[in-house]
Design a protein around this ligand. Sequence first.
Ligand SMILES: C[S@@+](CC[C@H](N)C(=O)[O-])C[C@H]1O[C@@H](n2cnc3c(N)ncnc32)[C@H](O)[C@@H]1O
Length: 331
Amino acid sequence: MLKHLKVPENEAQETKAFLEDCKALNNSFLPIKEDGYVLWPLNFEVEGEIIECTGLQSKRVSRDYRLKLPPKIREIAPRAFDIFGNIAIIKLSDESFEYSKIIAKSLLASNPNIDRVALDLGVKGEYRVRKLEMIEGESDFVSIHKENGFEFELDISKVYFSPRLARERKRVYDMSMDGEQVLDAFAGASPFSVALASKGCNITAIDSNPQAEIWSNNNFQLNGVSESNYTFICSKIEDLVSDLPDYDRILMNNPTNSLPYLKPLSDKLKSGGVIHLYNIIDKSVKFEIQDFLGSEFECVFEREVHPYSPQSSLKVFDILKSFTNVQSTNQ
Ligand SMILES: C[S@@+](CC[C@H](N)C(=O)[O-])C[C@H]1O[C@@H](n2cnc3c(N)ncnc32)[C@H](O)[C@@H]1O
């Protein structure tokens, strides 16, 4: 069974370009058309509606790296993996661990865009940094990742970055407008901020990881963002939130620990402004904004960004602050 991204036919070409851009399109298989939808075959899971079904093998030379492996290893080698720039990042089960070298060599041989293969030992700590071990290739975790027309260079072993958020970053970019005041409260290497600043938003990007500051400043420059459009502050958000002004848009992308910050950050949202809250949530739980904020806040949009575990999902909630005060003074 192979994971496919299901999209309406009229979005098929735009989606194909996006999947090619982030190297998620599995060229060993063909797209499947059914009932007004197209199922695009994937190398690794992306955001959106994922369908698992038997893939349609392409007649062209296959690029599924597992086909080069002996059958015994092929069965246990990971089908999906992330790609950050030129680095493939794989998770190995206990049984496949002893074949890590042969699996990594096969991946390198199958994909000319990859020059290193790293073992993913999980994301940990306040900085949400990925513990990685290089299996094949130079032991250097710096690479340049292309996404939605931007370039992000960083050391993936020292600062957080997820290629799986590309579509979400495009969604927020499409919604934002020139001149907006934006707070990116957990900015990391600033992939959201760089995109929005390039559109003319005025960004305050904050992160407590000193490496986030180094790579963020690098990425603003790499993408030609004017210094007048951004300020990066290396700090815990709770240590400076009371001194911050009010914003039109607030990004809260710290999904394992975002809810404690929701109330203090919501106090910094202008009327008519929006918070994008990313939160890992149990699939059986319904998120009710009124459990956290007053009646002037409304959740106007929510969606699953991607599954997080069999029981939970990474979800985004767009939270709008209404103009209630304006209405009451007019009465
Ligand atoms: C999941 S990462 C998100 C990074 C970025 N928004 C992105 O899309 O790549 C969360 C970030 O929040 C930062 N962080 C965690 N706790 C923080 C705090 N209390 N104040 C400021 N930053 C914090 C971490 O260092 C990490 O870079």
